[in-house]
Write a protein that binds this ligand. Structure first.
Ligand code: SF4
Length: 173
């Protein structure tokens, strides 16, 4: 982050949430790593068109650090792609450290309405998954929505004052 930049307080809440998700991932990989296929180069789930405004804010900051040729690639992807994420290039995420919450959890065990779901490439042959390795998706969604609402109320940038931000609009120039 830029020095002396004043950030909305919602950003620190969002970063705290990311820390918790990353800790969940670390523990999950320690326990079930050999049963999980998610890794660099597997990008089948990189089908994403829009994100919460607070996530767009973080992604826009990350885009400013990209090399000129990477920015060109994002610009071309933004014009040409319909479903595949504009930040996916050569099978890799160009803004991996600033990827949104859904990209940090996709493929891992989530519970919603009493049903547990995960990528079918993962956990093959396992009879079950421990409860502490399953994300409560409803709770996670509630937390993101609350932090995002706080951000939208805090920001004075009209670009972010809406329900969702299309990824194709994140690169501004
Ligand atoms: S932001 Fe990165 S990880 Fe998320 S869908 Fe796009 S390329 Fe994939």
């Amino acid at each position: 982050m830029m020095q002396n930049e004043v950030l909305p307080s919602s950003i620190s809440l969002y970063l705290g949430l990311l820390e918790k998700i990353d800790a969940f991932e670390k523990a999950l990989l320690e326990k079930y790593g050999e049963h999980i296929s998610c890794r660099k180069g597997c990008s089948e789930c990189c089908v994403l068109e829009s994100v919460f405004p607070i996530e767009a804010f973080m992604m826009r900051r990350a885009v400013t650090d990209l090399a000129p040729e990477e920015r060109t690639a994002v610009r071309e992807n933004s014009e040409n792609r319909r479903e595949q994420c504009v930040f996916l290039e050569g099978g890799n995420c160009m803004i991996y450290g600033s990827r949104p919450v859904i990209c940090r959890t996709h493929g891992y065990p989530i519970e919603m309405d009493g049903e547990v779901d995960f990528c079918l490439k993962n956990f093959k042959g396992l009879a079950g998954i421990d409860g502490d390795s399953i994300l409560d998706l409803e709770l996670l969604n509630t937390m993101i929505a609350a932090i995002n609402l706080r951000f939208v109320n805090e920001t004075d940038d009209d670009f972010f004052r809406r329900d969702r931000v299309p990824l194709a609009e994140i690169l501004s120039d």
